[in-house]
Design a protein. Structure first.
Length: 288
């Protein structure tokens, strides 16, 4: 089966590519700048795909029997594009969509519910992934604040979150793309433990040997900070919904999906922190 991975250089896309390659699948790794991506596994073909440039869609989709879709979060009319893409995916009969826990609770600006409806209505064999917040957020989007100031400020309160490693998401997605038995399912993917952001940051502090702290902020202050940083209003509204789901306890449950689908326990946050401890060490003292 030929599989097209859209968003192949992203947080989940690359782990999906790696997991598919480990299975010996025929994989096309789609991104806006395939020539600029990290080295791909043997046998994986880079292809150009840009949500904002429909002229790239046809060649990328040609021959793709299965699709892994990371939706166009940044596109101003992104809510419509997944449906449009699926209408052009004539060779495709299986689709795995990356969504998020609580998608049905989010404001329309978050777009995930639009994409889920499009996948369900596509007439194709579909699986929807509802992962929890990624471990890897602490090493990417949250990284500058932690590394440069030693503090992470978010409007998540002290609510628990069953954070998950994107490598586990990739392995679950690869199974859904290559094996039968997952059609019509929504797979809620979590890690093995439910941790507050404060508990997670404490683990990063211990692993890196550096004092790090989490400070909850009020939602209104977080939104004001985002506006001052130039974040779009649509993104601010979407984030408002995501953090509300956390504060309401929607991200706390732990599921057995990783164990059931992959045959191994989900990776732990402590393992992730130990593997990447250098990320959170104070850059100003890195040569001392």
């Amino acid at each position: 089966m030929a599989i097209l991975v859209i968003g192949a250089t992203g947080k989940t896309g690359r782990p999906v590519v790696d997991a598919l390659a480990a299975r010996g699948a025929k994989v096309a790794a789609a991104s806006r700048n395939p020539e600029a991506g990290r080295e791909l596994p043997d046998g994986v073909t880079p292809v150009r795909f840009d949500w904002a440039d429909r002229t790239t869609w046809t060649s990328a989709l040609e021959g793709a029997e299965a699709l892994y879709i990371v939706g166009p979060y940044a596109h101003p009319t992104g809510e419509r594009l997944v449906a449009d893409l699926l209408a052009e995916a004539h060779d495709t009969h299986r689709v795995v969509l990356l969504s998020v826990i609580g998608a049905e609770l989010l404001p329309v600006e978050a777009m995930m519910a639009h994409w889920e409806r499009a996948v369900r209505a596509s007439g194709k064999e579909w699986t929807i992934l509802h992962p929890n917040w990624f471990f890897q957020n602490f090493g990417t989007g949250f990284l500058p604040s932690l590394r440069d100031r030693g503090v992470l400020q978010l409007p998540a309160g002290d609510a628990p979150v069953s954070f998950v490693d994107t490598r586990d998401i990739g392995e679950v997605a690869a199974a859904a793309l290559t094996e039968d038995g997952y059609a019509g399912q929504v797979l809620t993917i979590t890690g093995p433990d439910s941790l507050s952001h404060g508990e997670a940051v404490a683990m990063l502090s211990e692993a890196s040997g550096r004092p790090l702290a989490y400070k909850p902020v009020e939602p209104e202050q977080a939104e004001a900070n985002s506006r001052a940083a130039g974040v779009s209003e649509r993104t601010i509204i979407a984030q408002r919904g995501l953090f509300q789901v956390i504060r309401d306890g929607g991200n706390a449950p732990v599921t057995d999906v990783v164990q059931r689908v992959t045959g191994h326990a989900p990776r732990s946050f402590a393992q992730y922190a130990a593997e990447h401890a250098d990320l959170w060490r104070d850059a100003t003292n890195s040569t001392n």
